[in-house]
Design a protein. Sequence first.
Length: 310
Amino acid sequence: AIEEQNNRIKDVNALLASLEEARGSLQNDEYDGVLSALKERIATNQKEKALVARLTAANFLSLPAILEEMGSLTDKSIRHMRDSITVAGGIALASARSGLLFDADSLPRLLRFLYLNRQIKCLEKMIFVYCSKDLTLIKQSCEKGGLPVDDIQSFLPTRIAKAIIKEKPAADYEHAKAWYQELTNTGAADVESSIVVNFLKNNLGDWNVEKFEMCVKLILQTPENFRLPPEHVQSITRKFANDLGQCVASRPIWPLLMRFLEHMDKLCLRGLEKERVLAQLIAVCAQSRNAAYLQLTQTHLPEDPNDVQR
């Protein structure tokens, strides 16, 4: 990044030297206007260079101040420094994960800067990590930094669900879950169901194998007595059946799909959606030559033919 800044300054200085040579062919007001603009650009480049140099050698506690100074530059300058901003966010996130936390003055400034410069993934991870480190600090910092409550409410269940999928210890996300429950005014008995439903609604329907695989893994991780709330069954099971039809060609997910047979009741599948899902799973078991899971598919066949809607 520093080398890039140096090259840009050299380019501008070369242009300025050429302009000095051509001064005689320009009217004074034209020359003065162009010269003023170039000098302003040189000053901005030099400020960028100084900030990037400081960022490279920064202690993590000085990051908010440096990033705030970056924010005072023009939008065009910020775009030039996007890689540096991404690196700074990564440094801040790594610091939080290792237990080095920003204070109540620095953290709101850092969060706001990441939000305004659309470093959303880094921002989400920062907030989620801070939930397990100091929930009061992160809640107050989000409010002080002016982060929209709706944005926080939308990504918390996603981060919690991904932690569940990765089989992280409950301590890693119990505070985030408590905050999500507070934001959504959800009862303690319903908060986990709300998180699962939110994740399934947001990740099914794209015909994306990776997202579909995460959804299946989440279903497998839910308690045995979990059932989709009736008001969400139709929309979610339709998306699930559609995605399964598109993603079933990916053989690496077949073992996961066969395990799903043991958890299929959690989706409360019925009618056409159940028929479509079973047909795909029977084909997977047959082609995998897995007699045990093929036998398990039979237990999901409807006893009443009228249960299948054609």
